[in-house]
Design a protein around this ligand. Structure first.
Ligand code: S3P
Length: 174
């Protein structure tokens, strides 16, 4: 009945884990980046180039604000927690799962991910990217119903952990 929200930094595995989790639950899956790309009819990279980051953040905010579907797993973009109004929306939703990943792990993943160009990390050093994460880390924690560490675990292991936590919480009536 519910919708499950995945938050976390770029390279945390939100899309892969979200797809697998949705499959296991028989839910639909959506990724806000893909949704925005489909509506705007351009890549996130082109959107940033053409309209700038502030316009992207507004688009992302409206996508979150207007999403009312149930039985979905939603993979959000890593910057969704930047806007205070998004954090307020996320804090009122449940379950919001923070896929927590150490900098050395997401830095490695971001280098090998050929699927997408991320304008926020393009042309930035590892130290700069780690500093962006450090500035957001408390926001992810603040918005999360619970946290799942990803690091060296496979998507299947992460999904098994999420399902176990969801079941436990359901049993506790949360
Ligand atoms: C961003 C993360 C990206 C995408 C955009 C900005 C960010 O999503 O929304 O490039 O600021 O963290 P992913 O976390 O899915 O890569």
């Amino acid at each position: 009945m519910q919708t499950i929200w995945l938050i976390g930094f770029m390279g945390a595995g939100k899309t892969t884990v979200g797809q697998l989790l949705a499959e296991r639950l028989g839910y639909q899956h959506t990724d806000f980046d893909y949704k925005i790309e489909a509506v705007a009819n351009m890549t996130i990279e082109s959107y940033f180039e053409k309209y700038g980051e502030a316009a992207f953040r507004q688009f992302e905010h409206e996508t979150l604000r207007d999403f009312k579907e149930t039985e979905y797993v939603v993979s959000t973009g890593g910057g969704i927690v930047l806007k205070p109004e998004n954090r307020a929306v996320l804090k009122a939703l449940s379950p919001v799962i923070y896929l927590k990943t150490a900098p050395e792990v997401f830095l490695k993943r971001l280098k090998t991910d050929e699927r997408t160009v991320r304008p926020v990390v393009a042309k930035r050093s590892d130290e700069e990217i780690a500093a962006i994460f450090a500035a957001r880390a408390a926001f992810y924690e603040e918005c999360a119903t619970f946290v799942v560490e990803t690091n060296e675990r496979t998507p299947a292991e992460i999904v098994a952990d999420i399902l176990a936590q969801l079941e436990m919480r359901e049993g506790e009536g949360q």
